[in-house]
Write a protein that binds this ligand. Structure first.
Ligand code: PMP
Length: 315
């Protein structure tokens, strides 16, 4: 029997990217017992690599593992595996301003199990791929579609953790929205069907006057690390930041809307379409979104001095 202990994982090893062996009866293939993380390594002007708040990804994985009945790597094991992977791929990390190395930690139930129960063995692995900047021509605004039929998560479900099983069910909503010309989907809560939750792989913020609001993390949305960082940066700038319930109707009064996530960093939302009505928002060089983006990217790439202890240099 598997013990959900914290000293489950032994020291790992580096290997060349390639296929992995997995039992057909593994927990992950049959019951979706798996979690992932997403993070980026940036190259500084001096050539060194920076990880952004890797301890936050490590603890989020641990919280998820607890929810999914899995053992998890220690924070040190997690950061070490990410660091080794980034360093082994150092030559693939784009120069400053040209992109980053996307890093994907995966924790899966790899052991065989037929009855519905936690897998008897687990695998933690990390792979990486260079990625360009999400927006090649500056910050192209997103045009979101508010989903009325599909929900991403329900109270008591696993929406608050980065379970692999949260993602396949939204593929249909995303492809439907993309076919209609939208960039992505904005989900509403599944109980009242009227409060903002999040976008498929990023969190949402609205600005009205001096108040920046974002849905509270009450278990159905992912507590984004970019979200947490932007809350802090916006507060430093003197904005009043509120984590609360946001009815979709509030979009009608918003000055700006933006999304945060590892992939998009901070992305302006140009329009949101809800029940056939298109609402437009301010974007562009003078926007608050742009200011927050520049500050965060500055810290992440070592151009702005990090006095928060968020950056983690590796060499
Ligand atoms: N929500 C969802 C559903 C996500 O998949 C992600 C990406 N991890 C986020 C929000 C943003 O989280 P982060 O800022 O930690 O990347």
């Amino acid at each position: 029997t598997m013990k959900c202990s914290n000293d489950y994982f032994e020291k790992g090893r580096l290997s060349r990217y390639g296929k992995i062996e997995l039992s057909p009866s593994s927990g992950v293939l049959n019951y979706g017992q798996g979690l992932f993380e997403g993070m980026k390594a940036y190259r500084k002007e001096d050539g060194q690599l920076i990880l952004f708040r890797p301890d936050q990804n490590a603890t989020r994985l641990q919280t998820g593992a607890e929810r999914m009945c899995m053992p998890s790597p220690s924070i040190d094991q997690f950061i070490d595996a990410v660091k080794q992977t980034a360093l082994a791929n150092k030559r693939w990390v784009p120069p400053p301003g040209k992109g980053s190395l996307y890093i994907r930690p995966l924790l899966v139930g790899s052991g065989p199990i037929l009855g519905l129960a936690p897998a008897p063995e687990y695998t933690f692995l990390v792979f990486a791929s260079p990625v360009g900047n999400y927006f090649k021509e500056g910050l192209a605004p997103l045009n979101l579609y508010v989903e009325d039929e599909f929900h991403r998560a329900t109270p008591g479900g696993a929406g608050g953790v980065k379970a692999i099983s949260n993602y396949a069910p939204v593929l249909k909503a995303i492809s439907r929205a993309k076919n209609r010309g939208f960039s992505d989907v904005l989900y509403l809560d599944s109980v009242n069907k009227k409060n903002l939750e999040e976008v498929s792989s990023c969190n949402i913020f609205i600005l009205k006057g001096n108040i920046i609001s974002t849905p509270a993390t009450s278990g159905t949305i992912l507590a984004g690390i970019t979200r947490k960082s932007i809350i802090e940066i916006a507060s430093d700038y003197g904005f009043q930041v509120e984590e609360r319930t946001i009815p979709v109707d509030e979009l009608l009064e918003a000055d700006e809307v933006f999304c945060t996530g590892t992939a998009v960093v901070v992305a302006p939302v140009g329009s949101i379409t809800y029940r056939g009505k298109r609402i437009e928002f301010k974007t562009g060089a003078q926007s608050v979104c742009r200011e927050l983006y520049s500050t965060l990217v500055g810290i992440q790439t070592g151009l702005i001095k990090d006095n928060k202890g968020w950056t983690f240099e590796i060499n």
